[in-house]
Design a protein around this ligand. Structure first.
Ligand code: PNS
Length: 165
């Protein structure tokens, strides 16, 4: 059984993340989508909301489960006996950060392997942060995030003070 971990903040999950999960399933028997509990950023959605969106989004995907972890990813990976960690690579701009993380993780554990997967070209410029910003300012994110996330973003926006023009 080849297990891969797909870690992240998922604030919120996008269709680009789900595209990576599906690609991961072609290579591994099981993909654990792991939401980090100790993100440094102040999240837009609460931890339980982020986990809930993911659970809903991967429902029916055979071989995928949603978990969460705290502390070092290298320790979590070892505990899960995972063969690799999956990270999505969209553009060259992602590369430096990802390269640093991959090598720092390998420094923690020499057996740590990171597999980079490219999402469908449709999602190359899609990120959780852009989704948050566009939605907050009243733009559309239809087709870029799962339905439940879109609904939650709309609800969240309705609670915010209106943007000034
Ligand atoms: O979606 P993100 O925010 O790019 O995900 C980053 C994440 C959660 C994968 C990374 O911050 C992480 O692995 N955090 C766990 C703590 C850890 O091991 N940090 C050292 C990474 S080199």
């Amino acid at each position: 059984m080849r297990i891969a971990i797909y870690p992240g903040s998922f604030d919120p999950v996008t269709n680009g993340h789900l595209d990576i999960v599906k690609r991961g399933l072609q290579l591994f028997d099981r993909v654990i989508v792991a939401v980090s509990e100790n993100s440094l950023k102040s999240p837009y959605f609460s931890f339980s909301e982020r986990v809930g969106f993911l659970e809903e989004a991967v429902k029916g995907m055979q071989g995928v489960c949603v978990e969460h972890f705290s502390g070092l990813l290298a320790n979590y990976m070892r505990a899960k006996k995972a063969a690799a960690v999956i990270r999505g690579l969209r553009a060259v701009s992602d590369f430096e950060y990802e390269f640093q993380m991959a090598l720092m993780n390998r420094y923690q554990d020499a057996g740590f392997e990171t597999v980079f997967l490219m999402p469908d070209a449709r999602y190359t410029y899609l990120s959780s942060s852009l989704v948050r910003e566009v939605s907050r300012l009243g733009g559309t994110v239809q087709g870029l995030v799962p339905g439940g996330v879109e609904k939650a973003l709309r609800k969240k926006r309705s609670l915010l003070p209106p943007a000034r023009h």
